[in-house]
Design a protein around this ligand. Structure first.
Ligand SMILES: C[S@@+](CC[C@H](N)C(=O)[O-])C[C@H]1O[C@@H](n2cnc3c(N)ncnc32)[C@H](O)[C@@H]1O
Length: 433
């Protein structure tokens, strides 16, 4: 472990030196044989003589990882020298061996602020990728439109499976360019074409399938932690109605949102708890005025890894809404403005203050093959079995929505949970006993 000092103060708190870290050198003792592939970083912040660490022993904090341009072999007991740079415009630290020339850093060319950071854990989620691959490997001879292509991963799976033609559509320019390069590098350049744009603005000829034909498969993965936030309902509805053949196969075919009523006590970041969700006598209530300043998305649901925060379940998981993305086109659920609301009744399993609903989803990818009735992916791994899924995935977080606190007297109390969804968002209302 080593320190990069961001600022230096003198004894009376005057700033002596700052930003000395735009280019710096590090010297570190190697503690075991191996390869250094990345540097982990976090910040310690000193306030009133107390150090607040953002390090790995703080479960609620996230750390940064900066990969080296190439792995560096090291031997225990030796000293490793690295050159570091900080780019204030992107907030990124990059490191390279002291022997590399500074312009050799390949990392600079691949960092783009327009690419959401979640692409990286998603691409590395082997369980998600394998489940998709199983659903895609039966697409021999099909014409596939892959909506929201990202790096082109699913499109390559389709091409590898022997699809007749694959077109991947990506609305973020840097991502579309990245997909073209990834496809080229993997030998799929001539087999998969990339269309840069939102699928919602496209018509059949824009896809460029041979002879202007329509795709026979609508493939997508435009799912956020709360299922609907990335627009899967309008996106799939549009693709089925405006782009694809009448009976096109839809992957994913279906999803189900699952929820659990919980008590979420006040705790440090990453949870931003509205004061109105704290018990009446809680000191947090004194910050009520602050709630009005919160961005609207925080007032609705936020993202959380439930295995990293404290909470007490007050119910078992219960299904909230099922979504059939492949429903017949005359079914109301197949339109872009699909909304529903209902009150779900569920029994409590413990006493406590119900102040939040956590939710996640299961995903059924391809219904055309043999099915065992189980969903393919559950986005809350601990609940895979309870939610009737055969596998799980870790790249999605769970969603958390705070509600007005309600005291639940004990196990067996019937709770009424108002649930609703718009085309792009799940919401839960205040719980009644
Ligand atoms: C969750 S990522 C999935 C990437 C890739 N398909 C994969 O599974 O690895 C979703 C991608 O879809 C893109 N996207 C979402 N909706 C889109 C739309 N309607 N048209 C084109 N791109 C879209 C986003 O920019 C993002 O890159």
């Amino acid at each position: 472990m080593t320190n990069i000092s961001l600022e230096e103060m003198n004894a009376v708190g005057e700033l002596l030196r700052s930003s000395a870290f735009d280019a710096f050198e590090l010297e570190m003792e190697v503690t075991s044989d191996g390869e250094i592939t990345a540097i982990a970083l976090w910040t310690d912040c000193t306030m009133f003589d107390k150090v607040h660490s953002g390090g790995a022993d703080q479960p609620s904090r996230r750390q940064m990882l900066s990969f080296l341009p190439k792995p560096l072999s090291v031997v225990e007991g030796s000293t490793v020298r690295l050159k570091g740079r900080y780019d204030a415009s992107t907030g990124h630290f990059t490191f390279a061996s002291s022997e590399c020339s500074p312009n050799n850093s390949q990392t600079n060319s691949v960092v783009s602020m327009s690419v959401e950071r979640w692409h990286f854990p998603m691409i590395n989620d082997e369980r998600r990728n394998s489940a998709y691959n199983r659903a895609i490997k039966v697409l021999r001879g099909q014409r596939v439109v892959d909506i929201g292509g990202g790096s082109g991963l699913l499109a390559m799976m389709a091409a590898r499976a022997g699809a007749e033609q694959v077109v991947t559509v990506e609305r973020v320019g840097d991502m579309a360019e990245c997909a073209s390069r990834v496809l080229e590098a993997n030998g799929f350049g001539g087999k998969v074409s990339v269309v840069h744009g939102s699928s919602l603005n496209l018509k059949v000829p824009d896809l460029g399938f041979k002879e202007g034909l329509q795709p026979t498969v609508v493939l997508s993965e435009v799912l956020d932690d709360g299922l609907l936030g990335e627009g899967v309902i309008p996106t799939v509805a549009h693709a089925r109605r405006e782009l694809a053949t009448l009976n096109a196969l839809v992957i994913p075919a279906a999803a189900k949102v699952w929820a659990m009523v919980v008590n979420m006590p006040p705790q440090p970041e990453p949870i931003i708890m509205p004061s109105s969700s704290s018990p009446k006598d809680s000191p947090a209530r004194r910050w009520a005025a602050y709630d009005t300043l919160r961005p609207p998305e925080v007032k609705k649901y936020t993202s959380v890894r439930l295995d990293r925060v404290k909470f007490m379940p007050l119910t078992e998981p219960f299904p909230v809404f099922g979504f059939d993305f492949d429903a017949p086109l005359d079914d109301p659920s197949s339109v872009a403005d699909y909304c529903r609301e209902q009150a779900v009744q569920v029994n409590s399993i413990a006493a406590g203050c119900a102040n939040a609903v956590v939710f996640w989803f299961t995903l059924t990818l391809n219904r055309s093959g043999e099915t065992d009735g189980l969903a393919d992916i559950c986005t809350y791994p601990a609940m895979t079995e309870k939610c009737g899924a055969s596998g799980s995935s870790r790249c999605w977080n769970q969603a958390l929505q705070f509600v007005k606190p309600t005291i639940v007297g004990g196990a067996g109390t019937t709770l009424t949970v108002p649930c609703a969804h718009s085309p792009t968002r799940m919401t839960f209302g205040d719980i009644m006993t």
